[in-house]
Design a protein around this ligand. Structure first.
Ligand SMILES: NC(=O)c1ccc[n+]([C@@H]2O[C@H](COP(=O)([O-])OP(=O)(O)OC[C@H]3O[C@@H](n4cnc5c(N)ncnc54)[C@H](O)[C@@H]3O)[C@@H](O)[C@H]2O)c1
Length: 403
């Protein structure tokens, strides 16, 4: 596709403020319109970024014939339906994660995109993060031999003191709601585990996860358990602090653990980090909000250890993050990489790196983890029915009407 690509963004919260930097820094992209059900927000956003058109109804945005791409950054319960409608209208789609709340909902959007021949990129920013891209390249180059084990560590995210996350009462409402978040009693896990499973497959050379076991924790009485340090979830009563999994290849396995400050313990390493253990080496790499990966006393972003070779370190000095006190530019360069990838894929008519089927698979893994926490045993990913949702299993279903 030649010429300028015109984009309309719907849902003007935290994610949209990260996406817009990607479009504005791409020479062939232009954000022509924005939309938010809060009309004042749409008008203020349009003014702040000098955008010509603003709408308060998604229908009007979709009817704008000048738009090539619809960027969906609304709350999770709206993603799959909005993506389906955009694809049916013949627009390319950039849809935030989690892509859907059931596999069926996500695959309906995939089928709509296949029917009209549009691109559908799921905004799985972890597979667009510069540090993770480098880790994948090293693994593909055979730097650690055959990867066998993934160990993910979720340390605390520390916000920059000057950054105010746009988490007002409205955002807080949908994020904590079982049906709107999609996660039932586990809204934080549903919102974030898609990142963890996407990374677990990406850094295992696209090997598929076969079976998942989640260890659930509960305060056990009326006391509330401290969940993630991420503000809206602090009151979680139940939590999944540890997830383990096996890949289709039985020699390979993975683990994710919440390693943030919990029960008063102090943990030095911050943010998301991954260790990939291979037959002949090991990679340690920082992700979102990552800090304090040290080698010989120096801060590093990726460390490559190889048998019989000197350890090699890498840094990605991309200006640090906008939200987290971290040198890893997640809300900056990670989102920019993702948006540029989509624009380039549209221009060159190439497949996108992370598509709707990928997004639906990460949701299926997340649902398997939640199911495992519910039933207290390992759950095969293939066992998760296409229509299964986390929110109608535990009485936390509420009607997903407008926020
Ligand atoms: N990839 C990432 O790193 C990343 C980061 C943050 C959020 N997210 C995801 O992005 C999505 C949005 O999260 P957020 O934190 O930006 O949310 P938010 O609550 O800050 O913003 C959502 C916006 O959508 C608007 N909205 C709600 N219903 C609408 C409708 N029917 N039509 C138009 N606008 C509507 C709201 O008014 C609000 O302004 C979530 O699914 C979240 O998981 C992803």
């Amino acid at each position: 596709m030649d010429g300028e690509i015109s984009v309309g963004i719907v849902g003007l919260g935290l994610a949209a403020t990260a996406h817009i930097r990607g479009y504005r820094s791409h020479p062939a992209a232009r954000v022509l319109a924005v939309c938010d059900s809060d009309g004042e927000r749409a008008a203020a956003f349009a003014e702040e970024y000098s955008i010509d058109r603003n709408y308060s109804s998604y229908k009007e945005l979709l009817a704008d014939a000048d738009l090539d791409v619809i960027d969906i950054a609304t709350p999770t319960f709206l993603h799959a339906e909005m993506a389906t409608q955009a694809a049916q209208a013949g627009k390319h789609v950039h849809c935030e994660k989690p892509f859907c709340r059931s596999v069926a909902e996500g695959m309906a959007a995939v089928q709509a995109s296949e029917r009209t021949g549009v691109k559908l990129l799921v905004g799985e920013t972890y597979v667009f993060l510069s540090s993770h891209l480098k880790a994948r390249l090293l693994i593909e180059d055979g730097a650690i031999g055959r990867p066998l084990q993934i160990r993910q560590r979720h340390g605390a995210w520390h916000r920059r003191p000057e950054h105010e996350l746009h988490i007002d009462a409205v955002s807080r409402g949908w994020r904590l709601d079982g049906a709107k978040s999609g996660g039932g009693r586990y809204p934080w896990i549903f919102d974030h585990a898609v990142h963890f499973f996407a990374t677990a497959e990406y850094l295992m050379g696209d090997e598929r996860i076969d079976e998942i076991y989640a260890v659930a924790a509960s305060a056990g009485d009326s006391r509330r358990r401290g969940g993630a340090e991420h503000d809206p979830y602090r009151t979680a009563e139940v939590d999944i602090p540890i997830i383990t999994w096996r890949y289709a290849d039985p020699a390979r396995q993975g683990v994710w653990m919440r390693a943030e400050r919990l029960n008063g313990k102090y943990d030095f390493m911050q943010g998301f980090s991954t260790t990939v253990v291979g037959e002949t080496g090991m990679i340690e790499v920082l992700g979102e909000g990552g800090n304090n990966l040290l080698w010989q006393g120096e801060q590093q972003h990726l460390v490559l250890h190889r048998e019989g070779r000197e350890t090699t370190c890498f840094r990605f000095d991309e200006g640090g993050d906008r939200v987290w006190a971290s040198e890893i530019s997640y809300y900056g360069q990670g989102h920019i990489n993702q948006v540029h990838h989509l624009i380039d894929a549209i221009r060159e008519d190439l497949p996108v790196r992370y598509n709707g089927a990928d997004g639906a698979r990460a949701v299926r893994c997340t649902l398997a983890a939640i199911r495992s926490a519910q039933v207290g045993r390992p759950v095969k990913v293939a066992e998760v029915d296409e229509t299964f949702t986390a929110y109608d299993q535990d009485g936390s279903q509420r009607s997903p009407d407008a926020v």
